[in-house]
Design a protein around this ligand. Structure first.
Ligand code: DX5
Ligand code: ZN
Length: 215
């Protein structure tokens, strides 16, 4: 099963509710929600206040991607705002295992994201606690960037390690530059949750765009 998660960052925020309803009707499985703090990444998006509006505008599960420093300080706020899963960056957590535990204590799914230059080894002692691993396929901060092909062997190796440890239930999510072509490649490499911003929201027919990503 392949899950498609349109990234709200690429929606037209003047008509946010309609945009979210449109991708929900179009067959999206999750709504990906990018939170940027201007420190961890060189851009600022929005906070729990807007996530709460999103929660009221769609019944899609909210897949919250925290690109923020000290994410442990904000977990509860995002869970209260409606997050169904929270993904933190390994690079932003001094005590990664503890933060993962804090997310799970909130009763929601936990994920860890890795920037393109971060090796898989940082997950060695937490993978068994996770619901998902997010392999960034661009350097985070902006929508509409080009997919980094060197991430394909990284995805393949992550899938191999999960299989080897019997962790077949852990999702591998990819984020950045996913379009019809790169979707095929990441699925073949072992990813099963595909985040797509511009390749869904920049198309007039979102249902068709989502169908094409599923391959
Ligand atoms: C990048 C964000 C992505 C972004 C993807 O920092 O984490 O979720 O919205 O956008 P596209 O699909 O346009 O690369
Ligand atoms: Zn994201």
């Amino acid at each position: 099963m392949i899950y498609i998660a349109p990234s709200a960052l690429a929606a037209d925020f003047r008509r946010l509710e309609d945009e979210l309803k449109d991708v929900e009707r179009g067959g999206a499985d999750l709504l990906h929600v990018d939170i940027m703090d201007g420190h961890f990444v060189p851009n600022i998006s929005f906070g729990p206040f807007i996530v709460d509006f999103m929660r009221q505008s769609t019944s899609l599960p909210l897949d919250v991607h925290l690109m923020i420093e000290r994410p442990e300080l904000m977990l509860q706020e995002f869970q209260r705002a409606g997050a169904d899963r929270i993904t933190v960056h390994a690079e932003a957590c001094t005590h990664l295992h503890r933060v993962v535990g804090q997310i799970k204590d909130l009763g929601i799914h936990a994920g860890v994201a890795l920037n393109p230059a971060t090796p898989l080894n940082v997950l060695d002692h937490v993978a068994h606690e996770l619901d998902l691993i997010l392999i960034m396929t661009v350097n985070p901060g902006f929508g509409g960037q080009r997919f980094i092909p060197a991430m394909l062997p990284k995805i393949r190796e992550m899938r191999r390690r999960l299989d080897e440890q019997g962790l077949t239930h852990v999702h591998i999510e990819v984020d950045g530059g996913i379009n019809e072509q790169t979707a095929k490649q990441v699925i073949e490499a072992g990813a099963d949750v595909l985040v797509a911003g511009s390749s869904v929201f920049n198309e007039a027919d979102r249902a068709e765009a989502i169908r094409r990503l599923r391959g």
